[in-house]
Each structure stands twice: as C-alpha cells, then as structure tokens.
Design a protein around this ligand. Structure first.
Ligand code: FCB
Length: 452
C-alpha cells in the first residue's frame, strides 16, 4: 500500500518515551524512589507485579538508543526527566549524576541532528514529595518551579522545546479519583484539587523557563479526547456529553486558554466541593501564554445519559460510558482516525496555537518471527490512518507542526506493566535486544520520503 507522505515543509517527525517507562536503573547514582516505585510494590496495582526495572535499560544503553533514532531518521525525540534522579530529596540539592545523564542525552541527540523535546514531568513524582501531600499540597507549585529552575539552568543552553507536564488529566483524575495510577487514591474532590495544583505548578514554571531560555518554545501536553454521544442524542445525552467533556477536556482547556474553568463544571461539582482550593489570582497564573500545545491522543470517548448512573469522574451524575466501537487495539481502545481528527480540530480552536501531536500509537501483541522480523500490520494501519487524520486536520486549518509516534520502543506501560507493546521498535526484556518492527521501517520510509 502506498501512503501519501505530503506534509507541510518543516513538519517534524519524532518518537516519544518517558523516563520511568524506559530507563530502569531505579536505584542507580542516587535516584530516590518515585510514586511509581511505591505503587508498583503494592500487589494488584500493576499486572504481573512488574516494576520500573529493567524497563529498556535505557539509562545504561542511551548512546545506542540515540543511534537507533538516527537510523530511523527521526527529526526530534521527546523524552521526560526523572525528578527523583535530578533532585532526589524533591527540593534542594541537585544530584550531579542525575542531571549529567540528561545533559549527555541532549548532547548525543544534537550531535546526531535530532531535536530534543523535553518534558519536565511525566508522572514520576519523588516519593518524598508525595509524603508531603504530593499534588494535593498547594506548595507543589513552588517545588515544581524550583525543580524546573534546576533543570533549565543545566539544559537550557541547548534545549529549545520545553513541556511542563505530560497529561495532567492522568496525574490528577486518573491518579487521585479513579485510582488507576500512582498514588492510587479514589476521591472525586482530590482529583479536582490535584488538577488545579498541576495547572498552578505549570503556570508557575512557565516564566522560570522563559527567564532561563529566552527564545525557547514553552508548552504543555494534554490528552484531550473527543467525546461522542449516541446518534440522535436526547437533551439528556447532550448533557452527559457536556459533563464528560468538562471532566476530560474543559477542566484543562479552560484554565490554560480561557482564564476560567467551564461554568458547567463548577456548577456540576458544587455539591461535592466549595472549590476553596481556587484562590484569587490562580487562573491568571495558570493561563500564562504558551508557544504551542502538545496533544496526546489515542481514542475517542463515548457516553450516553442513564438515569441514576453516576460516573466516578466529578460531575458524572447521569453519565454512563458506553462501549468503544470496534475495531479495538490490544488495549481495548477504539481505533478512530475520525476521533483523532476531531480532537485536533477542537484543540486547535481552543488554544489558537500551533500543535504538536506529542503521542499517538497503538499496542499489539507483537512477537519476533522466525525470520527475525516483527510483522505488525495493525500498527502500520493505525499509523497510516492517524497520519491521514493529521493531514486532514492540517487541510482543515489546524496548524500542526509535527507528529511523535508513541513509542520509540516497547516499554513499561504503567498499570499494564510489560504486557502491552506500543513500540515501533521491539524490546526483548531478557536480552534487551532491539528489533525495528515493520511499522518502524514504514515510519522511517515515510520520514525519508517527506524529506525527499
Ligand atoms: C499515555 C502516556 C504514555 C503512554 C501512552 C500509551 O497516556 O502519556 O506514557 O503510556 O499513554
């Protein structure tokens, strides 16, 4: 099948990873435990009781992994920094060995012509800070600003693309309300409070980056999802869509880009909180101007109105989540290029900024075949479909500047441990052998064709 590789000039092709998912070496060189190390230790939290070791042993194999990126022809690489490596005590002293790892990574990338896109926080909060309340403690805005200052003062001379947070929805509602991610709480109000403090930390860090890295692009990555109701929706269905959309999308779009939470979210959560965690002036801090928006998107969300139903997300009264429409990936996630297109258009309209697709991809039960290759036609089809959706969104007026495949390589998929494979490169966790999958070869071909 031939695939149309015409994208705008300068469109960036990348791949993404995150520190805890690939690095391993969780106790090396002074790194302290993160909330994910703690979470993994509790039976039942992670499939097979998998942990952050060995992951892809990337902490020790970093130079070879950069060579692999070069071989794929990547223009850019999105990675995150492990706060517990850089400041093991959460606040205070920098750990030279920790920051040096990322400094070497940045140098290696630049030497190979690959632009680093650095995310400051992709969920591995130092456990010592969770012991002080984590994202529920308002002081975290200052802890995060201090950590940001430390990182940008060491890497800001070379890094031009900064992202404060990855998917704050996951670090708040998925982690403090739904309990699926660390620290595994299940409280409706806590999710709202954590979301607020994440936005506040983000907004406090933005000027710190700007002061240290004049000219750099500053961003945040959200995971918005298109919410669809049933065909021919009733008024109640439309209300369910609105409630779900508020708790999934509006809760971040509002503070970041409109200086206010959606009024309907405030009204629909008034029964559970007086919103006392929102202080005067907070929204101004949270809406600090950005240069672009990162969008991670994998699937749409479907809901309908059901009398008496209470979705666990805040404001979820009367909302029932309905089954995804097949085909599904190995995660059980709906494959919907249309949903990808629609949420890109929505995001562009909400933020009025250039967009990077900072994550998109699919999990499949890949195996190395007897011929030594990894044949993953489903991932290639997903890639084609979603790149087509990106191009369609560009044609429809969205200013999309690049696409990052999730993920560069198979890795620790959070609560699913090593049981789900998202890589365009296969990792054998016993030998740490990397094998470029067929989809990875196809991605390399697309990149090469685009660059002509
Ligand atoms: C996103 C996360 C990323 C990865 C993918 C599959 O929500 O940002 O770390 O786990 O999902």
């Amino acid at each position: 099948m031939t695939f149309d590789t015409r994208f705008p000039d300068g469109f960036l092709w990348g791949a993404a990873t995150a520190s805890f998912q690939i690095e391993g070496s969780t106790t090396a060189d002074g790194r302290s435990p993160s909330i994910w190390d703690t979470f993994c230790d509790v039976e039942g939290n992670v499939i097979n009781k998998d942990t952050g070791d060995p992951a892809c042993d990337h902490y020790r194999r970093m130079p070879q992994d950069v060579v692999l990126m070069k071989e794929l022809g990547l223009d850019a690489y999105r990675f995150s920094i492990a706060w517990p490596r850089v400041i093991p005590t959460g606040t205070g002293e920098v750990n030279p060995a920790g920051i040096d790892f990322y400094s070497r990574l940045v140098d290696d990338l630049l030497e190979n012509g690959i632009r680093p896109f650095v995310t400051l926080y992709h969920w591995d909060l130092p456990q010592v800070l969770d012991d002080r309340g984590g994202w529920l403690n308002r002081d975290i805005k200052d802890w995060f600003a201090e950590y940001t200052q430390t990182v940008v003062s060491h890497l800001g001379d070379r890094v031009t693309n900064w992202t404060t947070l990855n998917e704050p929805w996951c670090s708040s509602l998925l982690s403090y309300t739904l309990g699926h991610h660390a620290p595994g709480h299940t409280d409706r109000v806590e999710g709202l409070v954590a979301a607020h403090h994440l936005m506040l930390a983000h907004g406090t860090a933005v000027p710190v980056i700007r002061e240290n890295c004049p000219g750099a692009e500053v961003s945040i990555t959200l995971n918005p999802t298109q919410v669809y109701g049933p065909d021919n929706p009733t008024d109640a269905d439309l209300d369910a869509v609105r409630r779900a959309d508020d708790a999934l999308n509006g809760i971040f779009f509002g503070p970041l880009f409109h200086g206010a939470y959606p009024q309907s979210l405030l009204e629909n959560t008034a029964a559970i909180t007086d919103h006392g965690y929102i202080h005067d002036g907070d929204l101004e801090v949270m809406s600090a101007p950005l240069d672009n928006l990162g969008v991670n998107n994998y699937f749409p969300t479907r809901v309908k109105a059901t009398e008496g139903a209470v979705h666990p997300l805040p404001g979820g009264e009367g909302v029932e989540e309905t089954d995804p429409h097949p085909p599904l990936t190995d995660m059980g996630w709906e494959i919907s290029p249309q949903g990808h297109h629609d949420i890109l258009m929505r995001s562009a309209q909400e933020c009025g900024l250039p967009i990077y697709v900072t994550e998109n991809g699919s999990a499949w039960p890949d195996e190395v075949s007897e011929d030594g290759a990894v044949h993953d036609p489903d991932r290639t089809a997903y890639l084609h479909g979603h790149l087509d959706a990106v191009r369609q969104a560009i044609d429809d007026g969205a200013d999309i500047r690049g696409y990052f495949a999730w993920s560069l390589m198979d890795n620790f998929e959070w609560a699913f441990g090593y049981s789900k494979r998202f890589g365009i490169v296969h990792v054998d966790y016993d030998t740490q052998k990397r094998t470029v999958k067929d989809s990875g070869h196809e991605y390399a071909r697309i990149i090469a064709a685009h660059h002509g």
